[in-house]
Write a protein that binds this ligand. Structure first.
Ligand code: CMP
Length: 140
């Protein structure tokens, strides 16, 4: 069993579309093991996206991710990191395949609707950034 962190990004909440994304997640059989809404400060967004510090888009990214509330979730299941990335689609919505969330709901590479961890180590960091063990369903 694997877990990953999923984020529904600010523009989706502003547009009132978070329920649509949650429905897609459930329809595809993902188990939501934890979920909450948070509004990050710019500093917290920078700590979450620390691997991108120094890149040309870092300033814009942290500005954007702290511009409004987000929904963070732990998704669990076999091969969930890859399966969630596949359902999200390519980072740039204009390059995402038909039927993916970013193709359906993304605006541009910055406002690309959703986030997902890219590897088990990243998932462990990202999940513990937002959730304590007590907040995550343990499957029992
Ligand atoms: P995400 O999967 O959340 O991981 C890092 C984010 O940086 C990415 O989605 C995009 O929203 C954002 N970003 C902005 N510009 C770029 C870019 N040129 N390349 C990659 N990611 C970018």
């Amino acid at each position: 069993m694997q877990s990953t962190l999923a984020i529904i990004k600010p523009e989706i909440l502003k547009k009132g579309l978070s329920g649509k994304i949650i429905s897609i997640i459930e329809e595809h059989g993902f188990r939501i093991s934890a979920m909450k809404m948070v509004h990050l400060t710019k500093d917290q967004a920078g700590r979450f996206y620390h691997v991108h510090r120094g890149k040309f888009f870092f300033e814009e990214l942290t500005q954007y991710m702290s511009s409004g509330p987000i929904i963070v979730m732990v998704l669990s299941g076999d091969n969930v990191i890859e399966r969630w990335r596949s359902l999200m689609g390519a980072t740039d919505p204009s390059k995402a395949k038909e039927g993916t969330i970013r193709k359906l709901y993304g605006t541009d590479i910055q406002r690309n609707a959703v986030h997902g961890s890219d590897a088990p180590e990243t998932a462990a960091f990202e999940i513990s950034f937002f959730f304590s063990k007590m907040e995550i369903e343990n499957g029992s």
